[in-house]
Structure formats: C-alpha cells, structure tokens
Design a protein around this ligand. Structure first.
Ligand SMILES: *[C@@H]1O[C@H](CO)[C@@H](O)[C@H](O)[C@H]1NC(C)=O
Ligand SMILES: *[C@@H]1O[C@H](CO)[C@@H](O)[C@H](O)[C@H]1NC(C)=O
Ligand SMILES: *[C@@H]1O[C@H](CO)[C@@H](O)[C@H](O)[C@H]1NC(C)=O
Ligand SMILES: *[C@@H]1O[C@H](CO)[C@@H](O)[C@H](O)[C@H]1NC(C)=O
Length: 544
C-alpha cells in the first residue's frame, strides 16, 4: 500500500499545516502575572487588542528520554517568574510546513506571523488569551466561557503559533478565555504496535490533549475562565481530535472535561487496532530506520535514539504513504479509545452535550493529486486496503456518475474521511446539534479557517464584514451559550438555525457572484446521505 510520492505531498502537508507568525511579542511591555502553583508566568498585554496573552505555558513535563512514547507527566516546579511572551517551540512535523510554496498562501490559511518557531521534542505547551488585563474579577460570577482550540495537520503537523487565539477571542468581542494547545505529533505522538502497548503509551498525542484539558480544569479559573463552561474546537485533525474526546473512555470520561464540541471539517482516517498489520508495520519500519533492528528491546532502543534520528524516520515514512493518507494517527488502544469511533457513536454514549459540526463543500480535492491515474476501484482499494472486492465494486458503482476517475476519487476521499463522519456525529447528537456548510468557492478543505482566524492584518479572500461576523460568531455563540441562535452582536445576519434533526437543516455560508453574503438554511442533499449510508455499512473495513 505504500508508494513513494513526490513533492506534491509536501505541498499538501504544507496546506494542512500553515506556517504562521508569532504575534510580535514586545517584551518591553508587560502584563499581569499568574501563579499556577508549579510556576509563575507573566503575560503580554496588547493595548490595541485589549487582550493579554500567555504564550508557552508548560502544561506537562518535557516528554524526553524515559518519557518518550509515555503518557504525559506533570511539569516540575519552576522558581521565578517566566516571561510568557514568545510562542512555544513546535512539535516535530512531517512534510514540513516550513517549505511553504506559493499555493499555500493562495489558499488563504490563517497566518499572520512571519516566523515559525523551531521544532523540538520539548513541545508540550499551551497559550492562553484573556480579555483586558485583570485576571480574576469574573470568578465570583462563575467566570468566562472557555474555548479550547486543537490545531489540525493530519496528526503529523501544525502548532500553536499558526492559530492565534487572540483572533478567536476578538471574534467573541473579547468575552471568553481562549486556550490553544500543542500535542505530540507523528511518530512522537502516535507510534503504535505491541511494544508501545507493553512498555509505553498508545495515542500519546491524544493523552497530551487530555492532559491539557485537565490542566484547563485545574487552572483556568486563575485566568478568569469557568472550568464548568468549556467548549473544545478544532479543524481537520483538530476536529478529529474533538471526535476522539467525544468517544474517549467509551464516551464516559469522568469527570467530564468539556460540555460543548465543535468540529470543522472533521478528519476520520482509518483507525486500526493498535497492533493491526498497518500500525505494527510502521513500528517495525521505524525500528529498522533508526538502527534498532538488532536490539533485543526495540522500545528502549527507540527511546534512546536521538530526536533527529527518530524525526528522519518519521518524516521519511510520512512521505512514503499513499497520497492523502497519514501514517501516524490515533489507534484503538483498548484503554482510552476502546473501539472504533463509529461503534461508540452508534451506541449514543458520548462525552459532550452539544455539537456544532461544519463541513466544506469540496473537502476531497487537496487529498488527490491532480495527475492521479488510478481507476476508481484501484483508488478505493489503495485508500482502504481491507475493503472486500465486492465492497470496492459497490463504491465504484455508487460514484460512477460523479465525473471522471479523478473527480470520483475526490468525492470518495471527501465523503469517506471528512463528510460522512460529520453526519455520523450529527446522528449521535440528535436534538442537540447544528450543521454548517462552508461553500465559498472553491470551498476546499481548510479554506474556512481564515474566516475565524481573521484579523485586520490578515483578512480572508472574501473580506466581507457581514459574512465574517455571521460565520465566526456562530462558533462563538455555541461556545458562549451552547446555542447558535443566541447572538451577542446585532450586526450578525445569520437567520434562525434549526437543529440538524429538524428537516436535516444546514446553514449555508456562501457568497453570490456579485459578492453578496449568502447565509441561508437548506436541506442536506439526499444523495449525500445515501452515499454516507453506504460508507456507514463498511466502517469495519475502513477501520472507522
Ligand atoms: C521545498 O519544496 C520545493 C518544491 O518541491 C523543493 O524544490 C525544495 O527543495 C524544498 N525545499 C526544502 C528546504 O526542502
Ligand atoms: C478591556 O477589557 C476589559 C476586560 O474585558 C474591559 O473591562 C475594558 O473595558 C476594556 N477596555 C477597553 C478600552 O475597551
Ligand atoms: C477588509 O475589510 C475591512 C473592513 O471593511 C477593511 O478595513 C480592510 O481595509 C479590508 N482589507 C483589505 C485588505 O481589503
Ligand atoms: C456558492 O456560490 C457560488 C457563486 O458565488 C455558486 O456557484 C455555488 O454553487 C454556491 N454553492 C452552494 C452550495 O450554494
């Protein structure tokens, strides 16, 4: 199933992993100091935005040496006051978002920084953004709603500096506390196999996210946030992560870590059992690529290789995967993730009480190379090697009227890995979920995010204030009130938005050819639901 791919994968991963800039932190200007007990951090107050940011708060011990491939551990006590004014080092990336070529910026990702921080294995940090400068006055009133952002990038790329939490806070008119987290990526966060199960921690990157959510429970009150009012949100693999937390612990995480959940273009790749052929093969590959093959204890050998050696294997393996697929992703581990996501979702037992799920009109395009020459049956079997030939034939039959082989492949990957998982979530959250549809042409994967990570210095391609307000504030209404219909800004033009189960209602976010915003409800295309009905019958073979 592996095949060497060309530079286009770099371009693709760069798309998923926008490079952004650091909010120019002026270390001459000070902000308030917060005492977390284990460390004190002094933030940076931006008077123009009226926002204080605390960048690079360490939420877990550095996952180095004996802690590599292990669950995150509490950070050590640090004396003195740490300046919290620079974005954290980024976790090791594959495909390297540092090789940003022209197509990336033309896709309008949410970047407004010029410098990407260096990569380091010591990357378990989070950023906190609060209104004004005073941290705790709202606590007597319960505190401000908290929004936690989980970045995307295929579980192999992405970082906090690319997604500026101040933009989200501004979308809420400075009425929340925003937290942006990092987590281990690629082989560092998602290496699987029998050896990891026996001696380490599977899904370490997800455990990092959970640890960060527990940090929010323990500390966000010090920033004026209400730990009982937490919404988690992400895009692509960030939304996939939200889905993981929804189904974590069989959908019954105690105590609960969040109430609201938002998924933007949820990414649900094959999620194998931790020692299935595919993840075990990748473990063995990493072992041989790092010179650990002859070791009697390959796990300990892998813990001891230097980070750059492991990163080289990580990077090379990621690049070798079938185009548009990802090597190191969450697995079913039997303890935190108990079963395939669709199994838990079908039982209706989930973490989180309300859901806003958004998808884009053309999710699949960037995951299929434009010069793809496979027939649709070959494409489906490459994407999902465990599907039977009968199932592959059925898929080919369903997609036969959707253009040429390339267009069909684009539909297949978009439906199976992004769009249909969105509808599975909506089914589970019946009566407590809303569906949004981003359609500004070309409406590719990732193109929506700049409409909420927007700022005057980083306007989106369709720079229409009414549109931006309507779209961005939908997320904020969910996070603030758990209700997209409750508004906090009279200029928000979004009409009444029925829950999804009421007539399969979705809210369309588009513009006319004459540049007028289009924000209107519509009913899901029945053909879409029929295609998803097919995919929902083969989830044991697609490992979803
Ligand atoms: C970036 O990508 C281009 C196009 O694929 C390639 O020619 C170049 O060598 C890459 N640069 C680095 C630093 O990897
Ligand atoms: C700055 O934010 C604080 C906290 O929300 C608020 O009380 C204050 O009025 C704001 N100042 C300005 C100038 O908007
Ligand atoms: C985007 O729109 C805002 C508000 O109308 C305007 O102030 C700004 O100049 C516009 N930016 C660009 C680059 O057009
Ligand atoms: C979005 O608007 C464009 C015109 O700007 C139109 O071509 C396209 O069909 C619309 N998409 C949807 C889903 O309505």
């Amino acid at each position: 199933m592996l095949r060497r791919i060309d530079w286009i994968i770099l371009w693709l991963i760069a798309l998923l992993c926008p490079i952004i800039t650091s909010t120019a932190a002026n270390t001459n200007v000070t902000g308030p100091t917060v005492d977390l007990g284990y460390a004190q951090y002094q933030g940076y107050f931006d008077a123009q935005e009226n926002i204080t940011s605390f960048l690079s708060i360490r939420y877990a011990a550095p996952p180095l040496e004996n802690l590599r491939f292990q669950a995150p551990q509490p950070p050590a006590v640090q004396s003195g006051v740490q300046p919290a004014t620079q974005n954290p080092n980024i976790c090791y990336q594959t495909g390297s978002g540092t090789n940003a070529t022209a197509p990336v910026s033309s896709y309008g990702f949410n970047k407004r920084q010029s410098v990407t921080p260096p990569a380091s294995e010591d990357c378990l940090f989070l950023n906190v953004f609060v209104p004004g400068t005073v941290l705790e006055p709202v606590i007597s009133a319960g505190g401000l709603p908290v929004l936690v952002w989980i970045h995307g990038g295929g579980y192999e790329a992405g970082y906090a500096a690319e997604d500026n939490g101040a933009d989200l806070l501004a979308d809420s008119l400075n009425t929340m506390v925003v937290v942006v987290i990092q987590y281990r990526l690629g082989a560092f966060g998602f290496l699987s196999g029998n050896e990891i199960k026996a001696q380490g921690a599977l899904n370490a990157g997800l455990l990092d996210q959970t640890f960060a959510l527990q940090w929010v429970q323990d500390h966000i009150g010090l920033f004026g946030g209400d730990k009982a009012h937490v919404t988690i949100w992400g895009e692509s693999a960030g939304a996939g992560s939200v889905l993981q937390h929804i189904i974590a612990n069989g959908g019954n995480t105690q105590p609960p870590l969040f109430y609201g959940a938002i998924t933007s273009s949820v990414f649900l790749p094959s999620k194998y059992y931790y020692n299935d052929r595919v993840p075990q093969t990748f473990y063995n590959e990493v072992v041989s690529m790092t010179g650990c093959e002859s070791s009697a204890d390959t796990f300990t050998c892998l813990q001891n290789v230097d980070a750059e050696t492991l990163q080289t294997a990580n990077y090379d393996l990621a690049g070798s995967a079938f185009y548009g697929t990802y090597v190191f992703v969450p697995v079913v581990d039997g303890t935190f993730i108990l079963e395939r996501p669709t199994v838990t979702l079908a039982k209706g037992q989930v973490n989180g009480q309300v859901l806003l799920a958004v998808s884009n009109q053309n999710e699949g395009n960037i995951f299929v190379p434009v010069d793809e020459t496979l027939t649709i049956t070959d494409y489906v079997s490459q994407l999902f090697p465990d599907m039977s030939s009968l199932q592959v034939q059925e898929a080919a039959y369903i997609y036969q009227d959707y253009g040429n082989a390339l267009e069909q492949a684009i539909m297949v990957v978009g439906d199976s890995i992004f769009v249909c998982p969105t509808y599975y979530l909506l089914q589970t959250f019946t009566g407590r979920s809303w569906k949004g549809f981003f359609a500004i042409p070309p409406a590719h994967h990732g193109q929506d995010s700049i409409y909420y990570f927007n700022s005057p210095s980083n306007p989106p391609p369709y720079n229409n204030t009414q549109f931006i307000t309507a779209f961005a504030q939908s997320f904020m209404s969910l996070a603030k009130y758990y209700d997209v219909n409750r508004k906090f800004d009279p200029t928000n033009i979004t009409p009444y938005w029925d829950k999804y189960d009421i007539g399969e209602t979705e809210m369309l976010f588009n513009r006319t050819a004459a540049d007028v915003p289009v924000v209107v409800p519509f009913r899901t295309d029945p053909a879409q639901l029929q295609r998803c009905a097919f995919w929902s019958t083969v989830t044991s073979m697609t490992a979803q």
